[in-house]
Design a protein. Structure first.
Length: 120
């Protein structure tokens, strides 16, 4: 039986394929780029940074301090559920659901640097 879909890419049963991990890392990079573009609106940028910090805090709980990029990419598969809950509880702002994908991607982009197999 095939694994679940992640952003149009089928996951191997129980693990991310190298291709799927590469694809989500591109999503994370795009999220970070969009976050940086928001600097032109200081109020929005500060709200986004607060939300990214909350997601990073939740990531520590989800994947811990020692993890690989594949493990992080696997956690990304379920991040919308727990990320939405965390942001809604701790830092909602007008229109925040619209920015959730940006916030999640930017948080994972930052957190990937701590992966045991991270190479820039």
């Amino acid at each position: 039986m095939a694994g679940p879909l992640l952003h149009g890419t089928r996951l191997a049963s129980g693990a991310m394929s190298q291709h799927a991990t590469t694809l989500v890392r591109h999503e994370w990079e795009e999220g970070d780029r969009r976050l940086e573009e928001a600097r032109s609106d200081p109020r929005r940028y500060e709200r986004l940074l607060r939300q990214v910090a909350i997601v990073i805090d939740e990531l520590r709980k989800q994947v811990g301090q020692t993890y690989s990029l594949d493990q992080l990419a696997t956690a990304y598969h379920d991040a919308e559920r727990w990320g939405r809950q965390a942001v809604e509880e701790r830092a909602p702002s007008p229109g925040w659901p619209r920015d959730l994908s940006l916030v999640l991607a930017a948080a994972f982009y930052a957190y990937q640097r701590g992966a045991t197999d991270y190479l820039s």
